[in-house]
Design a protein around this ligand. Structure first.
Ligand code: S3P
Length: 434
């Protein structure tokens, strides 16, 4: 609802994908891993609890998280079920861990996670030797039995998913021989980068237009120091806010700019957004920068399908920003959006329509008619999805009337500081009834 110009320098919490992996690889390594900048959000806390329940000790010393790992294959049977809350990444990556240990583990999640497809991960892991004790069941809760003698496989990803790739590569650490993933569309490569940092042998080769990623099994991982950069998927909301609130000029410091994650920023630039990466540098094997964003006149664009994996979590925010751009914005190749924390394609279109924006879904594409901004005044159904809640609350900073979301509790799964940071920049939030 027309916030004052957003100005200043700020930081966002640590990257969620890298935080999950730091805890998991720390647990699989021999020795101590020290993690600075770990995201302290519900999804990550659930992963920390899971690795602790499997026998890796985790403790916080000042602002550093320490994980004492058990070495590959060294995790043990947990006392009770492992609860993953809202987190597909936590659950799917841990399936790869469980696969490589002779333990039986029950995995549970919240209502959203319990609807999400697990077959995509279970299918390759079962080829390697994982057993599902509820045959044919493909959603949580599930009971899995791993093995100490996994078979290495060569697996072509049927969907562009870093979670599936990562689960198979993690299981591959425990297989006798080399496990290869073939990916046609590049997905985030934090697993490959971090496994190398921990001393694993990971090879990446281009063959016939595809990337082949090969991990050697039965290798030692050694505990390492890790610095987690700012999450570009969280920074996306602040960048969007600065673009659409007139007079804004913000700099978000220390954000991950790995090219497998920056599709939204490229798209903003193509729309005419004043978005620049400053002070580019490397930290812990990942490229980072300070991102400066100034309010801009935007124009509608066509976002190609092949860019989807590099901005898969950012479409709800882009869709809302598109309402402020002149002309139509068309986003193609959004099939994977339907199986996120909610069906984000429908949830985004419905939330925009409820707030006076013409939004159309056709197959795997989303079309937004821009130019009129967002009238607001409508209620957004968030379907237990943090990014739907944050995208629409952010859009509310520039809508004519306030935008109301039905639930904001899930924001704590990825970005607990969201509200405080926006308030610090001058945004106002109201609770229903106040
Ligand atoms: C993630 C991969 C993506 C993304 C998710 C985090 C990861 O999911 O949506 O938020 O850390 O590997 P998919 O791999 O299913 O596309």
């Amino acid at each position: 609802m027309r916030a004052p110009p957003l100005r200043g320098r700020l930081r966002v919490p640590g990257d969620k994908s890298i935080s999950h992996r730091a805890l998991i690889f720390g647990a699989l390594a021999t020795g101590t891993t020290r993690i600075r900048g770990l995201l302290e959000a519900e999804d990550i806390i659930n992963t920390a609890r899971a690795v602790a329940a499997l026998g890796a000790s985790t403790a916080k010393d000042g602002d550093v998280w320490e994980v004492k790992g058990r070495g590959p294959g060294g995790l043990h049977q947990p006392q009770g079920p492992l609860e993953f809350g809202n987190s597909g990444t936590g659950a799917r990556l841990m399936m790869g861990v469980i696969a490589g240990h002779p333990i039986t583990v029950q995995m549970t999640g919240d209502a959203s996670l319990s609807r999400r497809p697990m077959r995509r991960v279970l299918a390759p892991l079962m080829q390697m030797g994982l057993q599902v004790l509820e045959p044919g069941k493909e959603t949580l809760p599930l009971t899995l039995r791993g093995a100490s003698d996994l078979m290495p496989i060569i697996y072509a990803l049927p969907v562009p998913s870093a979670q599936v790739k990562s689960a198979v590569l993690i299981a591959g650490l425990h297989a006798a021989g080399e496990t290869t993933i073939i990916e046609r569309e590049a997905t985030r490569d934090h697993t490959e980068r971090m496994l190398r940092h921990f001393g694993a042998s990971v090879r990446t080769e281009q063959q016939n237009g595809a990337t082949h990623i090969t991990v050697k099994g039965d290798c030692e991982l050694a505990g390492r120091d890790i610095v987690v950069p700012g999450d570009p998927s969280s920074a996306a909301f602040l960048a969007a806010a600065a673009l659409i609130v007139p007079g804004s000029d913000i700099t978000i410091e220390g954000v991950l700019i790995n090219p497998t994650r920056t599709g939204l920023y490229t798209t903003f630039q193509e729309m005419g957004g004043d978005v620049t990466f400053l002070n580019e540098r490397e930290e812990g094997g990942e490229p980072i920068a300070d991102i400066r964003v100034r309010a801009s006149r935007l124009k509608g664009v066509r976002v190609p399908a092949e860019r989807a994996p590099s901005m898969i979590d950012e479409y709800p925010m882009l869709a809302a920003v598109s309402a402020f751009a002149q002309g139509e914005t068309r986003m193609d190749g959004l099939a994977e959006l339907k199986v996120k924390e909610s069906d984000r394609l429908q949830a985004t279109a419905a939330g925009l329509a409820a707030n006076g924006v013409v939004a159309r879904v056709a197959g795997d594409s989303l079309m937004i008619e821009g130019g009129g901004g967002i009238r607001g005044g409508g209620l957004v159904a968030t379907h237990l999805d943090h990014r739907i809640a944050m995208a629409f609350l952010t859009a509310g900073l520039a809508s004519d009337k306030p935008i109301v979301v039905d639930d904001s509790a899930m924001i704590a799964t990825s970005f607990p500081e969201f509200r405080g940071i926006l308030q610090g920049l001058g945004a106002r939030f109201e609770e229903p009834g106040t």
